[in-house]
Design a protein around this ligand. Structure first.
Ligand code: SAH
Length: 340
């Protein structure tokens, strides 16, 4: 049975029309689900009894199971169990500008990035829109907080689960529901070019972030196998097209890996690669995990890299370090839970 949280407002309207009811009932249901946040159909008291019974027959409102929770000063991490006993995680981060939630989009990941914990478990399946929506609803309930920003940077590759992810985004944005501004939502991808093209044609205001992590093909091939399918000479022109078409500024994520991609030479190459693009680079401290050899760059090296980009007029920030104590890197809590 499908979850009611899988449905966009329009799909729910179509459902009501199909069962011979007025389509505005979808507005009422949305109001109960996303404004009043009830957790059972019986609480939807402005609906007729027959309608409630019909909804109960056709949909579930089942929540995810919270298997573990870890808390630090500025970060809370949740491990969720799904109905088929798979596990995914979500991370709530406290910023001075608001609360952002990092959502998982798949169980496991097939992208196989050399440094990433998530990909140690190959993709088992896509998450459904409801499984993404419920990460947000349940964390808001448990933490008594309102989430102001959503980033699709948890386990999984969002563009490898394109239609469910776009449905999730639509549900997030729906003014009659969660009502999150498109500009407060960021999709992060390792660079699946055909999906970037599809995304740019949607004329949406949702932000796009690209996990770059290397300024040349030789190194990027080693770190991110996706680069063999869509190398930089294909990816970068696509991104320039994206910027031209959407007039949106693009974010590049760049994990700082000691003696791998943090050298002066790499900084120079990166400047050359991104010259003239409306973008900014987010330098990310690597969250070390016991399963890989990679180490995080020294602070001094990060600052040198930063200065080098600044000097070349590339917009650059160093990401604040979140929750290294609570294993906040993607997939770390899940794999810890699994292996005890
Ligand atoms: N698959 C998507 C989104 C999920 S990963 C993507 O590749 O963008 C989200 C971000 O976290 C990516 O930039 C990824 O490279 C990065 N990441 C993965 N492992 C990390 C680690 N151990 N420390 C810091 N960042 C990490």
């Amino acid at each position: 049975m499908k979850s009611i949280y899988d449905f966009t407002l329009q799909e729910l309207e179509e459902y009501f029309i199909k069962i011979g009811e007025k389509k505005f009932k979808a507005n009422q249901v949305y109001d109960w689900l996303y404004k009043k946040r009830v957790t059972s159909f019986d609480e939807m008291t402005n609906l007729k009894k027959e309608v409630i019974e019909k909804l109960k027959q056709d949909f579930t409102m089942e929540e995810l199971v919270v298997l573990a929770k870890q808390k630090d000063t500025d970060v809370e991490k949740y491990l969720f169990g799904l109905s088929d006993h798979q596990k995914v995680e979500a991370v709530l981060m406290h910023h001075d500008y608001g609360k952002s939630l990092c959502v998982s989009t798949e169980v496991g990941c097939n992208m196989g990035c050399a440094f990433c914990e998530s990909g140690r478990l190959k993709k088992v399946r896509n998450l459904t829109p409801s499984e993404m929506v419920l990460q947000l609803l349940q964390i808001e309930k448990l933490s008594h907080l309102r989430i102001t920003h959503v980033v699709l940077m948890g386990i999984g590759e969002p563009f490898d689960n394109f239609s469910n992810v776009m449905k999730f985004v639509e549900i997030l944005k729906q003014p009659k529901g969660i009502e999150l501004g498109a500009r407060h939502i960021t999709i992060s991808t390792c660079g699946i070019v055909p999906k970037i093209k599809e995304f740019m044609n949607l004329q949406d205001q949702v932000n796009l972030a690209i996990s770059l992590h290397a300024p040349n093909n030789e190194l990027r091939n080693k770190l991110m196998p996706i680069n063999k399918a869509y190398p930089l000479e294909v990816l970068i022109p696509t991104l320039k097209e994206y910027i031209e078409k959407t007039h949106r500024r693009l974010t590049f994520e760049y994990i700082m890996l000691k003696n791998v991609n943090d050298t002066e030479e790499c900084a120079k190459e990166l400047c050359e690669l991104l010259k003239g693009m409306n973008c900014y680079v987010n330098l990310i401290p690597y969250n070390e995990t016991s399963h890989f050899e990679f180490q995080k760059s020294d602070q001094k090296q990060v600052m040198k890299f930063y200065d080098s980009l600044k000097k070349n007029k590339i917009n650059v920030t160093v990401r604040r370090e979140f929750g290294s104590k609570v294993m906040a890197a993607c997939g770390q809590l899940r794999s810890h839970h699994e292996e005890g």
